[in-house]
Write a protein that binds this ligand. Structure first.
Ligand code: ATP
Length: 233
Protein backbone atom coordinates (compact mmCIF):
# COMPACT_ATOMS: atom_id res chain seq x y z
CA UNK A 1 0.00 0.00 0.00
CA UNK A 2 1.53 3.29 -1.04
CA UNK A 3 0.36 6.85 -0.38
CA UNK A 4 2.21 9.22 -2.67
CA UNK A 5 2.06 12.95 -1.82
CA UNK A 6 -1.65 12.82 -0.97
CA UNK A 7 -3.23 16.24 -0.42
CA UNK A 8 -6.82 17.01 0.54
CA UNK A 9 -8.62 20.21 1.49
CA UNK A 10 -11.93 20.42 3.34
CA UNK A 11 -13.48 23.83 2.98
CA UNK A 12 -10.68 26.31 3.42
CA UNK A 13 -8.36 24.08 5.40
CA UNK A 14 -5.62 21.79 4.18
CA UNK A 15 -6.32 18.55 6.01
CA UNK A 16 -3.63 16.48 4.24
CA UNK A 17 -0.55 18.27 2.94
CA UNK A 18 1.40 15.78 0.86
CA UNK A 19 1.24 12.55 2.82
CA UNK A 20 3.58 9.81 1.61
CA UNK A 21 3.63 6.41 3.28
CA UNK A 22 4.38 2.79 2.44
CA UNK A 23 2.70 0.01 4.41
CA UNK A 24 4.39 -3.33 3.78
CA UNK A 25 2.55 -6.62 3.20
CA UNK A 26 2.13 -8.48 6.49
CA UNK A 27 2.56 -5.36 8.58
CA UNK A 28 0.33 -4.34 11.45
CA UNK A 29 0.47 -0.58 11.06
CA UNK A 30 -0.97 2.09 13.38
CA UNK A 31 -2.00 5.55 12.23
CA UNK A 32 -2.27 7.96 15.16
CA UNK A 33 -2.97 11.65 15.61
CA UNK A 34 -5.07 14.05 17.63
CA UNK A 35 -8.81 14.50 16.92
CA UNK A 36 -9.25 16.11 13.53
CA UNK A 37 -5.69 15.32 12.40
CA UNK A 38 -6.97 13.77 9.17
CA UNK A 39 -6.66 10.03 9.82
CA UNK A 40 -10.17 9.18 8.63
CA UNK A 41 -9.76 11.53 5.67
CA UNK A 42 -6.63 9.65 4.62
CA UNK A 43 -8.48 6.33 4.87
CA UNK A 44 -11.44 7.77 2.95
CA UNK A 45 -9.07 8.79 0.13
CA UNK A 46 -7.58 5.27 0.15
CA UNK A 47 -11.05 3.72 -0.10
CA UNK A 48 -12.15 6.13 -2.86
CA UNK A 49 -14.94 7.49 -0.64
CA UNK A 50 -13.57 10.91 -1.47
CA UNK A 51 -11.11 12.14 -4.06
CA UNK A 52 -7.67 13.39 -3.09
CA UNK A 53 -6.94 16.84 -4.53
CA UNK A 54 -3.52 15.61 -5.62
CA UNK A 55 -1.24 12.64 -5.18
CA UNK A 56 -2.11 9.01 -5.65
CA UNK A 57 -2.61 5.83 -3.66
CA UNK A 58 -1.87 2.29 -4.79
CA UNK A 59 -3.03 -1.00 -3.33
CA UNK A 60 -1.27 -4.17 -4.44
CA UNK A 61 0.36 -2.02 -7.12
CA UNK A 62 -2.98 -0.84 -8.55
CA UNK A 63 -4.50 2.65 -8.27
CA UNK A 64 -6.85 2.46 -5.26
CA UNK A 65 -9.60 4.21 -7.26
CA UNK A 66 -9.83 1.02 -9.31
CA UNK A 67 -12.33 -1.31 -7.61
CA UNK A 68 -10.10 -4.28 -8.50
CA UNK A 69 -7.45 -2.85 -6.16
CA UNK A 70 -9.94 -2.79 -3.29
CA UNK A 71 -11.32 -6.30 -3.76
CA UNK A 72 -8.84 -7.95 -1.32
CA UNK A 73 -9.68 -5.38 1.35
CA UNK A 74 -12.03 -5.29 4.36
CA UNK A 75 -13.01 -2.05 6.05
CA UNK A 76 -14.46 -1.08 9.40
CA UNK A 77 -15.62 2.55 9.46
CA UNK A 78 -15.13 4.82 12.46
CA UNK A 79 -18.89 4.96 13.00
CA UNK A 80 -20.30 1.58 12.11
CA UNK A 81 -24.06 1.81 11.63
CA UNK A 82 -25.58 -1.39 10.27
CA UNK A 83 -29.20 -1.34 9.02
CA UNK A 84 -31.20 -1.58 12.28
CA UNK A 85 -33.92 -3.79 10.80
CA UNK A 86 -31.50 -6.65 10.01
CA UNK A 87 -30.50 -9.34 12.48
CA UNK A 88 -26.78 -9.79 13.11
CA UNK A 89 -26.78 -12.98 11.03
CA UNK A 90 -28.63 -11.26 8.18
CA UNK A 91 -26.08 -8.46 8.20
CA UNK A 92 -23.13 -10.88 8.05
CA UNK A 93 -24.89 -12.80 5.25
CA UNK A 94 -25.42 -9.53 3.38
CA UNK A 95 -21.74 -8.55 3.70
CA UNK A 96 -20.64 -11.99 2.49
CA UNK A 97 -23.13 -11.86 -0.38
CA UNK A 98 -21.65 -8.55 -1.54
CA UNK A 99 -18.35 -10.41 -1.84
CA UNK A 100 -19.89 -13.34 -3.69
CA UNK A 101 -19.58 -15.61 -0.65
CA UNK A 102 -22.21 -17.72 1.10
CA UNK A 103 -23.17 -17.37 4.74
CA UNK A 104 -21.66 -20.15 6.77
CA UNK A 105 -23.26 -20.48 10.24
CA UNK A 106 -20.17 -22.16 11.70
CA UNK A 107 -17.87 -19.45 10.43
CA UNK A 108 -20.21 -16.76 11.79
CA UNK A 109 -20.36 -18.51 15.17
CA UNK A 110 -16.57 -18.72 15.29
CA UNK A 111 -15.95 -15.05 14.53
CA UNK A 112 -18.58 -13.77 16.99
CA UNK A 113 -17.19 -16.11 19.67
CA UNK A 114 -13.69 -14.77 18.97
CA UNK A 115 -15.04 -11.28 19.69
CA UNK A 116 -17.22 -12.33 22.65
CA UNK A 117 -20.48 -11.32 20.97
CA UNK A 118 -23.08 -13.71 22.39
CA UNK A 119 -24.20 -16.19 19.75
CA UNK A 120 -27.90 -15.53 20.47
CA UNK A 121 -27.37 -11.92 19.36
CA UNK A 122 -26.97 -13.13 15.77
CA UNK A 123 -30.71 -13.91 15.70
CA UNK A 124 -31.67 -10.52 17.13
CA UNK A 125 -32.26 -7.26 15.25
CA UNK A 126 -29.35 -4.87 15.30
CA UNK A 127 -31.56 -2.04 16.57
CA UNK A 128 -31.54 -3.72 19.98
CA UNK A 129 -27.74 -3.99 20.19
CA UNK A 130 -25.68 -1.95 22.65
CA UNK A 131 -22.87 0.25 21.28
CA UNK A 132 -20.22 -2.37 22.06
CA UNK A 133 -22.29 -5.20 20.54
CA UNK A 134 -22.68 -3.15 17.37
CA UNK A 135 -18.92 -2.59 17.23
CA UNK A 136 -18.32 -6.32 17.68
CA UNK A 137 -20.68 -7.03 14.78
CA UNK A 138 -18.78 -4.49 12.66
CA UNK A 139 -15.50 -6.19 13.47
CA UNK A 140 -17.03 -9.59 12.74
CA UNK A 141 -18.26 -8.31 9.37
CA UNK A 142 -14.84 -6.88 8.56
CA UNK A 143 -12.95 -10.01 9.56
CA UNK A 144 -15.29 -12.88 8.60
CA UNK A 145 -14.08 -13.06 5.02
CA UNK A 146 -10.42 -13.10 6.07
CA UNK A 147 -9.26 -10.60 3.45
CA UNK A 148 -5.60 -9.99 2.70
CA UNK A 149 -5.84 -6.41 3.97
CA UNK A 150 -7.95 -4.93 6.78
CA UNK A 151 -8.47 -1.19 7.17
CA UNK A 152 -9.86 -0.59 10.65
CA UNK A 153 -10.80 2.93 11.78
CA UNK A 154 -10.71 2.99 15.59
CA UNK A 155 -11.56 -0.71 15.91
CA UNK A 156 -11.43 -0.78 19.74
CA UNK A 157 -14.01 1.99 20.15
CA UNK A 158 -16.69 0.85 22.62
CA UNK A 159 -15.23 -2.61 23.26
CA UNK A 160 -15.35 -3.91 26.82
CA UNK A 161 -12.03 -5.04 28.36
CA UNK A 162 -12.64 -8.72 27.56
CA UNK A 163 -13.50 -8.04 23.92
CA UNK A 164 -10.55 -5.69 23.71
CA UNK A 165 -8.14 -8.43 24.78
CA UNK A 166 -9.78 -10.94 22.42
CA UNK A 167 -9.62 -8.48 19.53
CA UNK A 168 -5.90 -7.91 20.13
CA UNK A 169 -5.42 -11.69 19.98
CA UNK A 170 -7.30 -11.75 16.68
CA UNK A 171 -4.97 -9.08 15.31
CA UNK A 172 -1.92 -11.05 16.38
CA UNK A 173 -3.38 -14.13 14.75
CA UNK A 174 -3.94 -12.15 11.53
CA UNK A 175 -0.33 -11.03 11.56
CA UNK A 176 0.87 -14.61 12.04
CA UNK A 177 -1.17 -15.55 8.96
CA UNK A 178 0.48 -12.80 6.92
CA UNK A 179 -2.49 -10.44 6.76
CA UNK A 180 -1.86 -6.71 6.51
CA UNK A 181 -3.67 -4.39 8.92
CA UNK A 182 -3.83 -0.60 8.84
CA UNK A 183 -5.65 0.74 11.88
CA UNK A 184 -6.20 4.07 13.52
CA UNK A 185 -6.18 4.25 17.29
CA UNK A 186 -6.08 6.69 20.16
CA UNK A 187 -4.90 3.90 22.46
CA UNK A 188 -1.14 4.30 22.28
CA UNK A 189 -0.61 1.31 24.61
CA UNK A 190 -2.32 -0.87 21.98
CA UNK A 191 -0.22 0.61 19.19
CA UNK A 192 2.92 0.02 21.27
CA UNK A 193 2.01 -3.57 22.06
CA UNK A 194 0.65 -4.59 18.68
CA UNK A 195 1.94 -2.51 15.81
CA UNK A 196 5.11 -3.23 13.88
CA UNK A 197 5.23 0.44 12.90
CA UNK A 198 3.21 3.58 13.40
CA UNK A 199 2.82 6.96 11.77
CA UNK A 200 1.95 10.19 13.58
CA UNK A 201 -0.20 12.51 11.46
CA UNK A 202 -0.11 16.11 12.63
CA UNK A 203 -0.54 19.44 10.90
CA UNK A 204 -1.56 17.61 7.72
CA UNK A 205 1.76 15.79 7.47
CA UNK A 206 3.38 12.66 8.81
CA UNK A 207 5.68 13.82 11.57
CA UNK A 208 7.03 10.35 12.28
CA UNK A 209 7.02 6.90 10.65
CA UNK A 210 8.76 3.96 12.28
CA UNK A 211 8.64 1.38 15.05
CA UNK A 212 7.44 2.24 18.57
CA UNK A 213 11.06 1.94 19.79
CA UNK A 214 12.27 4.32 17.08
CA UNK A 215 9.51 6.73 18.07
CA UNK A 216 10.65 6.79 21.70
CA UNK A 217 14.25 7.26 20.61
CA UNK A 218 13.41 10.02 18.11
CA UNK A 219 11.57 12.08 20.69
CA UNK A 220 13.83 11.19 23.63
CA UNK A 221 10.93 9.75 25.59
CA UNK A 222 10.56 6.78 27.91
CA UNK A 223 7.02 5.99 26.76
CA UNK A 224 5.15 6.17 23.48
CA UNK A 225 2.68 8.55 25.12
CA UNK A 226 5.45 10.98 26.02
CA UNK A 227 6.94 10.65 22.53
CA UNK A 228 3.54 11.40 21.00
CA UNK A 229 3.05 14.45 23.25
CA UNK A 230 6.43 15.83 22.24
CA UNK A 231 5.66 15.19 18.57
CA UNK A 232 2.30 17.00 18.55
CA UNK A 233 3.26 19.98 20.73
N1 ATP B 1 -16.80 15.86 4.75
C1 ATP B 1 -16.13 16.84 5.37
N2 ATP B 1 -16.43 18.15 5.15
C2 ATP B 1 -15.75 19.13 5.75
N3 ATP B 1 -14.74 18.93 6.61
C3 ATP B 1 -14.41 17.66 6.89
C4 ATP B 1 -15.08 16.56 6.29
N4 ATP B 1 -14.52 15.41 6.74
C5 ATP B 1 -13.53 15.79 7.59
N5 ATP B 1 -13.47 17.13 7.67
C6 ATP B 1 -12.52 17.91 8.49
O1 ATP B 1 -11.24 17.40 8.22
C7 ATP B 1 -10.46 17.37 9.42
C8 ATP B 1 -9.93 15.97 9.62
O2 ATP B 1 -11.02 15.12 9.98
P1 ATP B 1 -10.82 13.55 10.15
O3 ATP B 1 -12.15 12.96 10.46
O4 ATP B 1 -10.08 13.01 8.99
O5 ATP B 1 -9.86 13.51 11.44
P2 ATP B 1 -9.45 12.28 12.35
O6 ATP B 1 -7.98 12.35 12.53
O7 ATP B 1 -9.99 11.01 11.83
O8 ATP B 1 -10.17 12.69 13.72
P3 ATP B 1 -10.74 11.81 14.96
O9 ATP B 1 -9.54 11.28 15.71
O10 ATP B 1 -11.50 12.80 15.75
O11 ATP B 1 -11.61 10.72 14.40
C9 ATP B 1 -11.35 17.88 10.53
O12 ATP B 1 -11.07 19.26 10.72
C10 ATP B 1 -12.74 17.70 9.98
O13 ATP B 1 -13.61 18.68 10.48
Amino acid sequence: MRFNHVAKRHGGSEVLRGVSLDVQPGELFGLVGVNGAGKTTLLRCLLDFCAADSGDITLFGIDSRNSRARAPLAFLPERFEPPPFLTGAEFLAYVLQLQGQRYDAQRAAAIVAALDLEHAALARRVRGYSKGMTQKLGLAAALISDKQLAILDEPCSGLDPKAHVLFKRLLQDMRERGRTVLLTSHALADVDALCDRLAILHGGQLQFVGTPDECRTRFGAATLEDAFMTCVQ
